[in-house]
Design a protein around this ligand. Sequence first.
Ligand SMILES: Cc1ncc(COP(=O)(O)O)c(C=O)c1O
Length: 359
Amino acid sequence: MTNSFPTKRMRDLPLLSPPAIPETGTGPDPSIARMNLNESAMKPSPKALAAAVEALQFSNRYPDHGCTNLAGKIANLNKSAPEDIIFGNGSSELLMTLAMASLDEGDEAIFPDPTFPTGLKASRIAGAALVKVPVASDGANDVPAMLAAVNEKTKLFYICTPNNPTGSLTSAEALMRAATEVPDTCLLMIDEAYYEFGAHEGAPDVLSILKARKGPWAVTRSFSKAYCLAGMRVGYAIVSGAEVREPLNTLRGNFNINRAAMAAAEASIDDQDHMHEVLSETIRERKRLSDLLTDKGFTVLPSFANFIVARPPAAAAPVQKQLAKSGVLTQYMPWPDEQGSLRITVGSAEETDRLVSLL
Ligand SMILES: Cc1ncc(COP(=O)(O)O)c(C=O)c1O
């Protein structure tokens, strides 16, 4: 019997789920500093919360599967066609469906290493082989090296900018090379979960660069970061046209954006002032956290997102464990060498002080 449950592909798949963090009642445990998930420490726009509450009274009705109003607002902001905006239960869901739509058994998918793992997991589920190309020394995706790994089996080419976990941006020149040199038979997927942070600090305009591309592309973005709606689970992809839109719509789960989340996302788009305040506040606190860690002997890499990469003067893994024992959660990563680093989400001022006082 070769066919057994689950499939061999599933049996070989490592469990890649986010860490389970205990909660109290309906909210996070206030005694735990969650500096490991790149959430926002700031609350969503009050207008978003009010809109979500208002929408809840219609919970007996399925939400608008087309997310018509939300698509219109995102389209306006980005000067894109509303039908080319596809929604996911967080952008994670879109990373999964985009990989499923582009890969067959035996295909290859190219990823920077390290990067956000969901696309890799989805590619393995689709039966593709992963080609991992180390990031450059500044943590940016090494697009020339990734392009050198392309062959006729390559069907997915993933760029993450700003890259999680390194915080680095991909240059306009590298993006243009990817747009024009990734074969037309391959999906170019650009993960911009931290888009608003990058854009605020002068990141290249990915959508305008992609105008030079002939082949299929998708840009994924999230309401979880700058819009402070991680708990609502709303992400979207802006795609090149029908060749990507149609398979994504086929794969998309019914009514996958719930009513409250949709209302909150719409109101958040309307409250750009709140989003800009989140960016300024987070960037200010990121600098304070970086300076305090530098004073403690850490090396902190430049970041264009709501987290930093900090290298302790000694091995990072025990530092992460000790902090966790005291209720301060950070993410260990085995990069750029065996000493490793900590990826630390920018939290509130109190969380920064708590973390620093433990070091
Ligand atoms: C690079 C990147 N992409 C995608 C995601 C998924 O975010 P969400 O599913 O909340 O939109 C994250 C979350 O941290 C991320 O860092």
